[in-house]
Design a protein around this ligand. Structure first.
Ligand SMILES: Cc1cc2nc3c(=O)[nH]c(=O)nc-3n(C[C@H](O)[C@H](O)[C@H](O)COP(=O)(O)OP(=O)(O)OC[C@H]3O[C@@H](n4cnc5c(N)ncnc54)[C@H](O)[C@@H]3O)c2cc1C
Length: 471
């Protein structure tokens, strides 16, 4: 059975901040120059925003460039950050780092706490109003190539295939969405993006991408425990000094708290369970009261790019480009990527629009590869480039080095710290053999119990416990 095919100027794979920003920018440019540009956006989630982890602190820089009057247009960013706290946790103590000691770029004043899923839903309505065709519930499963090897679009997957590969009565072949340019906005470690990086050697000459796992929960808390606009970050317990990661709590909306925990995936002990560490973190004396009497409304986990500047691949290839976290523009110490995702989506859209205007198609959008390097996205990642690789010296030395580096950049003295640390091996090579590390003995205990059971690795000692309280 042959597949049906539809033709567009631009197809966008993924309806997160980067894909939606690209779609909106294309249509804005087309409207301003009275040109027709057909844009189709595929989103594998059942609806726009369905696969986005809620509760984020959003730097509105990208949004303000895309839709300057976003407030008047009703964008759902209604909790400005009012207070920042950064804590270092030990087993039973919390030490607050004075804000004056924190690098200025870690300051969240001017940012907004919001549901990133809702922001995407709102961006989706903006895109549709401009004429973008959005197809939620369709995953791009295959990249299409033309006879010269350039990307020519994507195809959605076939449905109705039996386990043995035969076609069931309801078999429907996938659909081909062909385009002059295809933008891949799949987010962190998107499957088609990974394939394209290999096929076009986009990672040649850059460091391996580094990853973390981010676990997040959305809680409705007791009104008396809610501090609207408060942003809390922590480092330390329950992770040991050789395991990178940290937590965040964002108070927003009507008694909502987004709580999350990120564990860097270059840890060594294969018995470590990021999920259990997250649950343990919530039992810390400085944290647990926030959730007393509260109710967990939603939860999820996602991979997060941590390689930063050193790991950004070449972005453009014949017929398309990578945008947002598909390429890896997340700023690790700020735990923010949506602003850079939006801006890179816009830059790719501008390059595609210019190319279409001169009758080009299926070639490389090299202007985009150049324009992001002169944009504020590059500056954002440049200032923090040594934070993640410095953690190879352990949490304390790495944090002091990273903090010093960020401060020097904040003070305009970046030229005095010109070095760029490299990321070593890929995360998949950092695990030690399980046999050389002691497995955890996770016991069910009550949430109030402070008893722990130890787990030891030849490389470090850890303690852990799992609470029995539902979270
Ligand atoms: C735990 C955690 C906390 C975070 N906190 C913050 C924060 O506070 N502030 C902040 O700014 N950023 C934060 N981020 C980062 C932020 O979520 C990302 O930087 C941002 O969402 C990247 O946007 P994107 O459009 O590139 O990708 P995504 O937001 O990941 O969107 C990709 C979309 O593409 C869809 N998709 C993927 N593959 C396909 C396919 N083949 N076909 C069709 N659709 C596809 C997905 O379903 C998804 O909707 C956090 C990330 C994590 C994991």
């Amino acid at each position: 059975m042959t597949r049906e095919s539809m033709d567009y100027d631009v197809v966008i794979v993924g309806g997160g901040p980067s894909g939606l920003a690209a779609a909106i920018r294309l249509k804005q440019l087309a409207a301003s120059e009275h040109r027709e540009v057909s844009v189709c956006l595929l989103e594998k989630g059942a609806e726009i925003g369905a696969h986005i982890l809620s509760g984020a602190v959003i730097d509105p820089k990208g949004l303000s460039e895309l839709i300057p009057d976003w407030q008047a247009q009703g964008a759902p960013l209604d909790t400005p950050v009012t207070e920042d706290r950064f804590m270092v946790l030990t087993t039973d103590k919390a030490y607050r780092i004075p804000n004056a000691l924190l690098p200025r770029l870690m300051d969240n004043h001017g940012n907004y706490i919001a549901s990133l899923g809702n922001v995407c839903r709102w961006l989706g309505t903006q895109a549709e109003a401009l004429g973008v065709e959005i197809y939620p519930g369709f995953a791009a499963a295959e990249v299409l190539f033309d006879e010269r090897g350039a990307v020519a679009g994507v195809a959605t997957g076939d449905v109705g295939i039996a386990k043995d590969g035969s076609h069931k009565p309801d078999y429907q072949p996938g659909m081909e969405l062909r385009a002059k340019y295809t933008l891949f906005a799949e987010g962190c470690r998107g499957s088609l993006s990974q394939e394209l990086m290999k096929r076009f050697n986009l990672r040649d000459g850059v460091d391996p991408q580094k990853y973390g796992i981010g676990l997040k929960e959305l809680w409705q808390v007791e009104p008396s425990r809610h501090r609207k606009g408060l942003v809390v970050h922590s480092q330390g317990w329950p992770l040991d000094s050789r395991t990178g990661g940290g937590s965040f709590l964002y108070h927003y909306g009507e008694n909502l708290v987004a709580v999350g925990f990120v564990v860097h995936l270059n840890y060594e002990n294969p018995h470590l369970s990021p999920y259990d560490e997250f649950q343990r973190f919530k039992t810390h004396p400085a944290i647990r009261d926030t959730f007393a009497g509260g109710k967990r409304l939603a939860y999820g986990a996602r991979a997060i790019n941590e390689g930063g500047l050193q790991s950004v691949p070449k972005l453009a290839f014949p017929g398309g480009a990578l945008v947002g976290c598909a390429a890896g523009f997340l700023n690790v110490p700020r735990i923010k990527g949506s602003h850079n995702a939006m801006k890179t989506g816009m830059l790719a859209a501008e390059a595609a629009f210019a190319a279409l205007g001169t009758g080009r198609a299926h070639d490389a959008l090299d202007d985009y590869d150049a324009s992001w390097r002169t944009s504020w996205v590059y500056a954002d990642l440049w200032k923090v480039r040594n934070v993640k690789p410095g953690l190879k010296w352990g949490m304390w030395a790495g944090t002091i080095h990273g903090g010093f580096h960020m401060w020097m950049n904040d003070l305009g003295l970046g030229a005095l710290v010109p070095w760029t640390l490299r990321h070593g091996k890929p995360d998949s090579e950092t695990l030690k053999p399980a046999a050389r590390c002691r497995a955890s003995t996770i016991r069910n205990t009550t949430a109030r119990s402070r008893s722990t059971s130890s787990r030891r690795c030849s490389c470090r000692t850890r303690t852990t416990k799992r609470t029995s309280r539902r979270t």
